[in-house]
Design a protein around this ligand. Structure first.
Ligand code: DP6
Length: 364
């Protein structure tokens, strides 16, 4: 069955940076994000005995075994999907024992044989409307769309909680893109990760005045992927324990700020949290420096504009792009100023947006 899903990237207000279990993708700390309404990835998946191998095409480029995308991200996620599908087949088998000689039974038997006898290869084609791997949370949208499409294609029947756990195993931040609006990924305590999933704080319509101006200072793919960078930080930054000690307070403030629509509280805490994460990156050995001159220019401008009475804050992820947080009323003035700032290649305005959707128009 061919299924297509669209999901949106989310931007963290309290960041996830570091894992306690790298294989299961379990985080050291909980995090909070807002799902965007326009950084979208559309993904079509088809599992079929007709394919002789797995095929992965991202933005018109095929990734084969030996590439980072295939080996580190795609293959392990796919194996998880295959295991889930196998478990599903044993459910069919169990069901079969009760419905002998019926049409339904025959249908299940055929399905079971197909899965068991033929290797289950998949074709995945994915298209994004923004640069991938440039610090715009593309893996959050990518794996949320992949998980949502695979859920339907394999008939897993997962609801949001299970879907969030599944997406998390592709990329941690994808656990949050399963929901619209403002979302918290609870780190969980269990070793198997079954309590590490995201939940919605408020939906996409709760705070209609909240805006994020994404200023692109470079569209180039970053040199150090989040996955590699955060693992190195946990191992080598002398400040990592300090980061963990302050997280609960940041989470409390951002959660409260969102519920009360207190922009100053959310903005101030998000900016401080982002700077703490970048302090971790800078203190990693060897250092991780995602910022370029355009990034620094904008950071200074945002602080200057705020000091002069225009309320705005910044947040930056694992890349050089600056996301300016502001309210709808201040958007035109901040946009005007951002456009005049040196080093800005492109600007995207976003607000709280929707979770994944299944759509009919496939990519192949
Ligand atoms: C800086 O979710 O991309 O954007 O789980 O290894 O795939 P993996 O990492 P990823 O890391 C996101 C890091 C961040 C902060 C955040 O989104 O919370």
């Amino acid at each position: 069955m061919k299924v297509t899903a669209i999901a949106n990237a989310n931007i963290a207000l309290v960041k996830y940076w570091g894992k306690r279990d790298e294989r299961r993708i379990l985080p050291q700390n909980s995090s909070i994000s807002v799902t965007t309404d326009c950084l979208s990835i559309k993904t079509t998946v088809e599992f079929s005995p007709e394919y002789k191998k797995d095929i992965l095409i991202l933005d018109d480029k095929e990734f084969k075994q030996g590439s980072k995308e295939y080996d580190e991200y795609f293959e392990s996620f796919l194996n998880k999907l295959r295991n889930l599908a196998k478990k599903n087949i044993s459910l069919y088998r169990h069901f079969n024992n009760f419905i002998r000689n019926s049409y339904i039974r025959n249908k299940f038997v055929i399905r079971r044989r197909t899965w068991r006898e033929a290797p289950m290869f998949v074709k995945v084609v994915s298209q994004s409307n923004f640069p991938r791997g440039a610090g715009l949370a593309s893996s959050s949208a990518g794996f949320a769309a992949f998980a949502a499409a695979a859920n339907k294609a394999l008939g897993l029947g997962f609801k949001n909680k299970e879907l969030s756990i599944l997406a998390r195993q592709g990329s941690g931040s994808a656990s949050r893109s399963i929901y619209d609006g403002f979302v918290e990924w609870k780190k969980g305590e269990r070793k198997d990760g079954l309590d590490s999933f995201a939940e919605q704080i408020v939906n996409e319509n709760y705070w209609p005045d909240f805006r994020m101006i994404i200023c692109l200072t470079s569209k180039k793919e970053k040199k150090i992927k989040s996955r590699t960078g955060m693992a190195q930080t946990v191992k080598t930054s002398p400040f990592y324990d300090g980061w963990l000690k302050t997280i609960d307070d940041d989470l409390k403030k951002v959660r409260k700020g969102i519920i009360k629509r207190d922009f100053s509280l959310v903005g101030k805490t998000a900016e401080e949290n982002c700077l703490k994460m970048h302090a971790l990156m800078l203190s990693t050995k060897p250092p991780i420096i995602y910022w370029n001159s355009g990034t620094i220019e904008l950071v200074h401008k945002v602080i200057e504009w705020r000091e002069n009475g225009l309320e705005c804050y910044f947040t930056i992820d694992a890349g050089p792009q600056v996301k300016i947080l502001c309210l709808k009323k201040d958007l035109p003035e901040i946009l005007k100023r951002a456009k005049k700032t040196a080093g800005i290649e492109d600007i995207i305005v976003t607000k709280p947006g929707p979770g994944p959707k299944i759509v009919e128009n496939h990519l192949f």
